[in-house]
Design a protein around this ligand. Structure first.
Ligand code: NAD
Ligand code: UDX
Length: 480
């Protein structure tokens, strides 16, 4: 029986290994983590992450050929294939801070693998890492190996949160990069055999190590660039009376462009896009390519611009101040169908409103109050370093309430901001909500969830990203 161990039981390690266990009954899969609470949750009825379809997959294999454990060293030493799926956040201190990937967790995992291994292993980079990381990992492993042979593979993960199980069941492609030596090719073959249990062979792409590592950064950069492109267009649509949904539809019909990832929004969030582009920018700079670095940096700049523009729209529409006004925030997660709030645009929007002294009432179906308060109290880039927690000033903390119902959040509010496209927001009784709000009642839709005309008919002043402006807003001075 092939034994797989995955280091890191997070958003990638957990679902990916659960699907491998389900699709490969003859493989034993153990997911290990240093976080006792995470492993306890994986072994309980309440999994540590919310992901549609995940519960069913875990229930089918847990205790049979899928295990979660904190006994990291034991399972690493027994495994044939070790996936490393630890977090690789943006560095917050030292050389490259704010851009470079922090490989502390990766390096400590690699050193531990070298320490505890007693037989040859295939070590698979599942985390997203800077191109050439495999070379560094190889050095750490071979210099500490005591004669054991390690083959390093790059097997980046392309799943998106909210659709992780679907993406893993039916991936567009599986990418495996390895050394072009007989040993490297043998390792590729072994990993390919695992995926071949359910992924058609033509979807398994094999490349050299550096191409696989770079392809992951490139794919995320391309995806994020589409969103920044459509978001840049959304500002021009508002200025000209064009409708960004119509423009995106017309543009996306060109088969060379395609329809996906052209939804204008308040900005992209999530733990990957910003981090991976910053990392790409840093790599370009280190390789003496400032023009290429600046090109990709602009994707992040437009994203920041979009979030600022949204806050400015709110404040300027509401008589240039939101001080003391109740604003209902519907949705806090970075996208629907996840409870993940890493780099969610809601953090920047809420902070912008708090700076203007608004009183926020926040509702998200999957995000806890504790998480929201923590997110709003952290400085940018600090989410992965709770030790650096900066407490909120007493004035701002009392201005944030978290409720468990959209109707409660909107009661007596001056305005509503929709920041996540949860399906349930489409079906709210907006007449009832309007009746219980202060007038004029404003609605700022950062996800194009509502039908602006229907809401205007009820009496709302509506702002929807990239849509023709409400007469109320149109007559105001332009915002940057
Ligand atoms: P995560 O923070 O949810 O999980 C990482 C886990 O690794 C944590 O539970 C942490 O405790 C554990 N860990 C860290 N160091 C460890 C060690 N030395 N030993 C054992 N456990 C250790 O992160 P994630 O979202 O799963 O992302 C993991 C990697 O996958 C990142 O590089 C990310 O860029 C990449 N990725 C993420 C996504 C996504 O949608 N989240 C998609 C594709 C790729
Ligand atoms: C992304 C990549 O899609 C995935 O392949 C990679 O493995 C990890 O990073 P994820 O961040 O989980 O996945 O979600 P994704 O669906 O890409 O959405 C990222 C952000 O972009 C979200 O905030 C989403 O709301 C936003 N988005 C997405 C838009 O604003 N418009 C779109 O058209 C699509």
């Amino acid at each position: 029986m092939v034994k797989i161990c995955c280091i890191g039981a997070g958003y990638v390690g957990g679902p990916t290994m659960a699907v491998i266990a389900l699709k490969c009954p003859s493989v034993e899969v153990v997911v290990v983590d240093i976080s006792v609470s995470r492993i306890t949750a994986w072994n309980s009825e309440q999994l540590p992450i919310y992901e549609p379809g995940l519960d069913e997959v875990v229930k089918q294999c847990r205790g049979k050929n899928l295990f979660f454990s904190v006994d990291v060293e034991k399972h690493v030493s027994e495994a044939d294939i070790i996936f490393v799926s630890v977090n690789t956040p943006t560095k917050t201190q030292g050389l490259g801070a704010g851009k470079a990937a922090d490989l502390t967790y990766w390096e400590s995992a690699a050193r531990m693998i070298a320490d505890v291994s007693k037989s040859d292993k295939i070590v698979v980079e599942k985390s997203t890492v800077p191109v050439k990381t495999a070379e560094a990992i190889e050095k750490i492993l071979t210099h500490n190996s005591k004669g054991i042979k390690f083959q390093i593979l790059s097997n980046p993960e392309f799943l998106a949160e909210g659709t992780a199980i679907e993406d893993l069941f039916s991936p567009d492609r599986v990418l495996i990069g390895g050394r072009e030596t007989p040993g490297g090719q043998k390792a590729i073959k072994a990993l390919k055999a695992v995926y071949a249990n359910w992924v058609p062979e033509e979807r398994i792409i094999c490349t050299n190590l550096w191409s696989a590592e770079l392809s992951k950064l490139a794919a995320n950069a391309f995806l994020a660039q589409r969103i920044s492109s459509v978001n840049a267009m959304s500002a021009l649509c508002e200025a000209t009376g064009a409708d960004v949904s119509q423009v995106a539809h017309a543009v996306g019909k060109d088969t060379r462009i395609g329809a996906k990832f052209l939804n204008a929004s308040v900005g992209f969030g999530g733990s990957c896009f910003q981090k991976d582009i910053l990392n790409l920018v840093y790599i370009c700079e280190c390789n003496g390519l400032p023009e290429v670095a600046n090109y990709w940096k602009q994707v992040i700049k437009v994203n920041d611009y979009q979030k600022n523009r949204f806050v400015n729209r709110i404040v300027s529409s509401m008589f240039n101040t939101v001080s003391g006004k109740k604003i209902a925030v519907l949705g806090f997660a970075f996208k629907k169908d996840t409870g993940d709030t890493r780099e969610t645009p809601a953090i920047d929007v809420c902070k912008g409103l708090i700076d203007d002294k608004a009183k926020l009432s926040i509702y998200d179906p999957q995000v806890t109050e504790e998480q929201i308060q923590r997110d709003l109290s952290l400085n940018k880039f600090d989410w992965d370093h709770p030790a650096h927690l900066q407490p909120l000033s007493p004035a701002s903390k009392k201005d944030i309430t978290v409720v468990w119902d959209a109707y409660e959040a909107t009661k007596n509010a001056h305005a509503i901001c929709i920041l996540t496209e949860w399906d349930e927001f489409k079906n709210l009784d907006f007449q009832k909500i309007y009746n219980n709000m202060q007038k004029p009642a404003f609605l700022f839709d950062g996800r194009n969830v509502v039908n602006p005309q229907k809401l205007r008919d009820i009496g709302f002043v509506v702002y929807s990203i990239g849509k023709p402006l409400d007469p109320w807003i149109k007559d105001l001075p332009a915002v940057a």
